[in-house]
Design a protein around this ligand. Structure first.
Ligand code: GLN
Length: 197
């Protein structure tokens, strides 16, 4: 069973994507619900709102503890921001789960290109490049020694920017595979959860 953190954001899309790759999935909002899942997806949405609601629903510390004990987590877009140890251009009071040793910049691709699409290849994912959809997305500016860079933007003004990473059982993408029907990242994550369990 994989949970999708249901504080805010595109929860339904992730539940659907996970179900389509053969995983059992359910929304998770309360600490007790977290006990029932072997992995967690943090959806796209708005990280500042998620940060506030993580306190309201008292899930911040339980999630941090599960991360520390090895639970697989996948964050897309706002979820990537929530997994980062450092956020640039965030709100001063926003706090995440300190999972992946990396610095991300919020809304990094610039206001004039709020959303755009670009091909991205993900290491370890066979097949053609992802048709990646970015919506006010972050990019990764620094990664720690234990973080593997899985994907970068390949062309255009943002060419070379890191948009997919993995640290142990923690996976994050700047883009939203849950919105495009290309379920290879969800399949990769479901495998990771199986292997960890
Ligand atoms: N800009 C949003 C944030 O800071 C992320 C956007 C998204 O998830 N599509 O959380």
């Amino acid at each position: 069973m994989i949970g999708v953190l249901a504080l805010q954001g595109d929860v339904r899309e992730h539940v659907r994507a996970l179900t389509e790759v053969g995983a059992a999935a359910r929304p998770v909002r309360r600490p007790a619900e977290l006990d029932d899942v072997a992995g967690l997806v943090i959806p796209g949405g708005e990280s500042t709102t998620m940060s506030k609601l993580a306190d309201v629903f008292e899930v911040r510390d339980p999630i941090r503890k599960r991360i520390a004990s090895g639970m697989p987590v996948y964050g897309s877009c706002a979820g990537m921001i929530m997994l980062a140890t450092e956020v640039l251009d965030g709100r001063p009071d926003q706090r995440g789960f300190d999972g992946i040793e990396m610095t991300v910049r919020r809304n990094a691709f610039g206001r004039q290109v709020d959303s755009f699409e670009a091909p991205v290849e993900i290491a370890g994912v066979p097949g053609p490049p992802f048709h990646a959809v970015f919506i006010r997305a972050p990019w990764v500016e620094r990664v720690g020694a234990d973080v593997a860079v899985l994907g970068r933007v390949t062309d255009g003004p943002a060419a070379g920017r890191i948009v997919a990473v993995r640290q142990g059982n923690l996976l994050a993408t700047s883009f939203h595979p849950e919105l495009t029907g290309d379920l290879r990242v969800h399949a990769l994550f479901a495998d990771l959860v199986k292997a960890a369990g």
